[in-house]
Design a protein around this ligand. Structure first.
Ligand SMILES: *Cc1c(COP(=O)(O)O)cnc(C)c1O
Length: 379
């Protein structure tokens, strides 16, 4: 397989696993909950195209991702755009394409007002709010306290006033509490509170609530100590919310937009051992891959405590020694596995890093030291 895609270093994404993951979720979810893919988790065009055929919509975080999303042929009705710091050019492009913009500031509303006036067509917007609470037990918190994302919950009424004055087409709310969460109870609690808050806002401010986007954040296990997310409970709870919405606000469509959970476990990163070095009794496997392709596995992508991703030596099972897998960069940060128990690997052996389908290649400093990029294939 590695030879077929052009050799190491490379990322391999398993089409079948992605299909099964999305179809499993889609099948269990009420038809009243839409399942979107958040492209930033893995923007490889072939993979996004594959997901566009499986998911109900796509979420983009830049004009570049928007182009990939539009190339898939997905209807702009089901493409949304979130992210702080949207440029005027990006907003023009989003408006021209007819996608939903999750506005994150008063400035974005002002700009969209100007663009809508010029073109004679109202922009579609939802309000991304910084919730008055944080998501418990989350790898990365996106709400609660001071944040660069969205507008503070207290100012949502004022922002909606501006949207109405500007004549924009208000569709609902975008409430994304945090990423990499393995606790079903924490996700459920955040989704319940978000649902209540959105309903309160819609009632108090007398605005329609057509779309309520509850964000992503479903986590995947990276270490043996991580217990996989009990996704069943989260789905059942979402289905209960969808039933409530049907009874209380039938015009409301719920949306979840998942990144990591849809693709993370379907990806491998493969590199080759160039050198086996022993330094003062410690084994170092120096490879042709490293943090410049896989920053997250090196522990430098927002992790508070560095933990090894699961790694293996291709074709060898019997674990016999402790070794560190490192890359060719001139920094001790270039570490793919720190003192891991592995089978003995020699020059030419392949090292496989699992759980590498999300926040891998595109989240890495590829230019650092000017080594070749990692190839990618959807297999
Ligand atoms: C990153 C992101 C997601 C996806 O998050 P995951 O934790 O990968 O599921 C969803 N929505 C928005 C707005 C994002 O920025």
């Amino acid at each position: 397989m590695v030879e077929a895609v052009g050799g190491t270093p490379c990322y391999l994404y398993d089409r079948q696993r992605i299909t099964e993951r999305v179809q499993g979720l889609r099948g269990a979810l009420s038809p009243r909950v839409r399942l979107h893919y958040a492209i930033k988790a893995n923007p490889m065009p072939a993979l996004v195209f594959h997901l566009a055929g499986l998911a109900d919509g796509l979420d983009v975080a830049s004009a570049g991702e928007l182009r990939v999303a539009l190339d898939t042929g997905k209807s702009p009705e089901h493409i949304s755009f979130a992210g702080p710091g949207k440029s005027e050019r990006e907003l023009r492009q989003a408006h021209a394409a007819g996608i939903l913009v999750n506005v994150e500031s008063f400035r974005e509303v002002r700009l969209l007002e100007g663009i809508s006036r010029q073109t004679g067509r109202s922009a579609r917007v939802a309000v991304r709010a910084n919730l008055p609470f944080a998501l418990r037990a989350s790898g990365m918190k996106m709400t609660g306290g001071a944040q660069q994302f969205g507008v503070d919950a207290e100012r949502v009424p004022e922002l909606i006033g501006e949207i109405q004055r500007a004549g924009l087409d208000f569709e609902g709310f975008h409430l994304f509490a945090g990423s990499q969460n393995l606790r079903a109870d924490a996700i459920i609690e955040a989704q319940s509170r978000s649902f209540e808050l959105a309903r309160e806002w819609a009632q108090q401010l007398k605005v329609p609530l057509r779309s309520l986007n509850l964000g992503g954040g479903f986590g995947i296990p990276y270490t043996p100590a991580d217990k996989p997310l009990e996704v069943r409970s989260v789905i059942e709870h979402l289905n209960t919310l969808a039933e409530r919405a049907r009874a209380e606000c039938p015009e409301t469509e719920l949306v979840i937009e998942l990144g990591r959970y849809l693709v993370g476990e379907a990806g491998l990163y493969v590199c080759r051992v160039l050198d086996r070095k022993i330094s003062r009794e410690q084994v170092f496997l120096v490879t042709d891959g490293g943090m410049h392709h896989h920053l997250a596995a090196s522990g430098n992508f927002g992790q508070v405590i560095r933990k090894n991703y699961p790694v293996a030596v291709n074709g060898k099972q019997e674990v016999t020694e402790v070794a560190s897998v490192v890359g060719p960069l001139c920094t001790p940060l270039d570490l793919l596995a720190d003192k891991a128990w592995l089978p003995q690997a020699n020059e030419g052996d392949l090292i496989v890093v699992f759980q590498s389908g999300a926040y891998g290649r595109s989240a890495s400093p590829r230019e650092f030291l000017s080594h070749p990029s990692a190839l990618e294939a959807l297999v």
